[in-house]
Design a protein around this ligand. Sequence first.
Ligand code: AMP
Length: 182
Amino acid sequence: MPRLIFLGPPGAGKGTQAKTLADLCKIPHISTGDILRTAVAQQTPLGIKAKDYMDRGELVPDSLVIALIQERLGESDAQAGWILDGFPRNVSQAEFLDDLLHQLEQPYDYVVNLEVPEQILISRMLERGRTDDTEDVIRNRLTVYHAQTAPLIEFYENHKKLVPVDGNQPIDSVTHSLKQLV
Ligand code: AMP
């Protein structure tokens, strides 16, 4: 079963594609954004700490998401494969993940980079209508993406594991390209 990391700007369709592919492969779709949103809704200690960052479109502190992902990847359903969506979001998270997967003896297979032009991202996010999808917050998420997450493209290129996928196609065509990979 594959172990895949999904990269890409906010609004690229990572969540949709990661979920579809994970269901097809019968492996967990691990989305730090989904886990954090659930924590916020349930007002858990994690959710209470994360909420303001999320509302502003900023990254939640590394210590919180790192603890969350370490716990999630240790669960029994995650031992045979998974798709990570939304983690890592910066170079220190990526370095942590490399160390963790090395310890777990669970190397990832590919890092999928979903490529979508910027003007399309904004309109897609506005259509999605999530509470953190107001225009100001969307712009902030894109700024944070360029500053902190986009450097991961080079990080994984250097690891020779990056697979670019054109995310600016109909949903089914993107899924088709991804299926060929696994
Ligand atoms: P997403 O659903 O992936 O767009 O994530 C929604 C929000 O959750 C982001 O804007 C961040 O505030 C937070 N978040 C999700 N994943 C991470 C991560 N790996 N590191 C820091 N913050 C994150």
